[in-house]
Design a binder for this molecule. Structure first.
Ligand code: NDP
Length: 326
């Protein structure tokens, strides 16, 4: 299978690592909007090409992994490149998934390709677990907790405050809330009950730290509904202790069965990730394999992880999977 990458940020690099580790895949080329000479990739023998030349690669790539940002890149890039290639992306703006699905579906159907969107862990593996668990336990409640991990969106929002030189924001699940769910108490939890936020800030010289802290804690949508702790640290400590991209989270379904609903069942799925981008791209690359299989068997249009049979993710045969993993 020949794989292409469009956009070389954290995910682009992660896809390169995952493709190099896959026995049935080969990286054909990396495409960027920047000057290709300014983008240095890991593989020495793979071309880096400006995205303006992507049409020349139309018949040389089985699946293109689109690695742009969800906010402004993917809504444009995924439908655009679905005109030329089978594509897959990690679009994670949950509220806009129906609109993105419709745009990719139209482009992929018109050009005769498969486009799989919103793949990764959330949306992605977490979504799959929610669907399985809701089907199995229709009378129940869903809970999702994120962290402990770095939220890029919240870190960016803090960096935009005047006087802030650098910042990292960690989302942390509240242990008592996790325990209540695990114990089958089926609690009603507000936003504040489920997560706390911790921010590490490097302030510019002479900046008003009290004002920065106030602006963080009162920021609408990002921090105002949470209990937030702010720490001011120096640049050395920031670089030493806060340069990682760890993340993770939990998806629960707590549901009842029985004539009098006397039995409670809890499904818990959790992820603990040292590197959010490397894990996300490991998911993307497994699903890229499925995209090619779906295309080869004649499927067309937009898909999500919910449409993919599990056997399509593996490079092993169905028989091997039945014998060893069933
Ligand atoms: P990055 O900001 O690292 O990269 C996004 C784009 O920015 C790249 O495609 C690249 O495009 C450009 N870029 C990257 N580095 C530079 C640079 N040094 N200078 C100029 N441009 C640069 O984003 P991530 O890869 O971390 O994440 C992409 C998206 O993945 C996120 O927006 C997030 O929504 C989504 N995601 C989804 C997950 C899920 O579970 N579904 C999990 C994690 C992330 P180009 O090469 O063309 O310049």
């Amino acid at each position: 299978m020949k794989i292409g990458i469009i956009g070389y940020g954290n995910l682009g690099r992660g896809v390169e690592i995952a493709v190099n580790a896959a026995p049935d895949m080969e990286l054909a080329a990396v495409f960027t909007r920047r000057d290709p000479k300014s983008v240095s990739i890991i593989s020495k023998d793979v071309p880096v090409v400006n995205v303006s030349e992507v049409a020349d690669w139309k018949d040389k790539i089985d699946v293109m992994v689109i690695c742009g940002g969800s906010a402004t890149d993917l809504p444009v890039q995924t439908p655009e490149y679905a005109k030329l290639f089978n594509v897959i992306d990690s679009f994670d703006t949950h509220a806009r998934i129906p609109e993105h699905f419709a745009n990719v579906d139209k482009a992929a159907k018109e050009s005769g390709h498969v486009g799989l969107i919103s793949c990764g862990w959330d949306p992605g593996l977490f979504s799959l677990n929610r669907v399985y668990a809701n089907a199995i336990l229709p009378d129940g409640k869903d809970y999702t907790f994120w962290g402990k991990g770095v939220s890029q969106g919240h870190s960016d929002a803090v960096r935009r405050i005047e006087g802030v030189k650098n910042a990292k924001q960690y989302t942390i699940p509240v242990e008592a809330a996790l325990e209540a769910v695990r114990n089958g108490e089926n609690p009603e939890l507000t936003t504040r009950d489920k997560h706390t936020r911790e921010v590490f800030v490097v302030a510019k010289e002479g900046a008003d730290k009290a004002l920065i802290e106030k602006q963080i804690k009162e920021m609408p949508n990002y921090f105002d509904e949470y209990n937030t702790t702010v720490h001011f640290i120096d640049e050395d400590e920031f670089n030493k202790n806060h340069s990682g991209m760890a993340h993770g989270g939990f998806v629960f379904r707590s549901g009842r069965t029985g004539v009098n609903k006397e039995n409670n069942h809890i499904i818990e799925y959790s992820l603990k990730l040292d590197s959010n981008p490397e894990f996300t791209t490991s998911v993307l690359v497994a699903y890229a394999r499925a995209v090619k299989r779906m295309y080869d068997e004649g499927q067309r249009g937009c898909k999500t992880v919910l449409d993919v049979p599990p056997t399509y993710l593996s490079e092993k045969s169905d028989e091997e999977l039945r014998n060893h993993l069933l």
